[in-house]
Design a binder for this molecule. Structure first.
Ligand SMILES: [Zn+2]
Length: 142
């Protein structure tokens, strides 16, 4: 299984972002190198929707420019399912058909889903129309 390594602080930063945006879906980019996340870059969901997201294109461009300037790559994209995957079954952590269809980058896709009042994160590599689970390795002091 593929692994993505993050710090507890990066996980908490994403969790706070998706909670803050609830009931809308939240989204963002993770910059790093070779499967190790170094920076969480939240991006505005310009749909402001509970069931879909589209990254603000200007913020997304700024984030890519920041990565270039800092010698980092896009290693993952995250978004939340505050009420379920595009209004299917509540709290489902799996990529929705839309998520799979719109997975344009060869990176890890992290989905924060909310069930029973708490958030959990699952990660996937989306290839040929399927989401393969990726292990999230939470490591202190990378
Ligand atoms: Zn989704």
């Amino acid at each position: 299984m593929q692994t993505l390594t993050l710090s507890p602080e990066q996980m908490e930063s994403m969790r706070l972002h998706v909670e803050d945006r609830r009931p809308e879906e939240a989204c963002g980019l993770l910059a790093g190198k070779g499967g190790h996340v170094q920076q969480v870059l939240p991006v505005t969901n310009q749909n402001h929707s509970a069931v879909s997201f589209r990254m603000d294109p200007l913020e997304q461009l700024r984030a890519f420019n920041w990565m270039d300037a800092n010698g980092l790559d896009l290693v993952a994209i995250y978004h939340s399912h505050p009420a379920g995957p595009e209004a299917a079954s509540p709290g489902n952590p799996a990529p929705s058909p839309t998520d799979i269809a719109e997975a344009a980058y060869p990176v890890v896709y992290i989905i924060w889903s909310r069930a029973d009042g708490s958030w959990q994160a699952h990660a996937y590599s989306i290839q040929q129309g399927h989401g393969l689970e990726v292990e999230l390795s939470i490591v202190r002091d990378q």
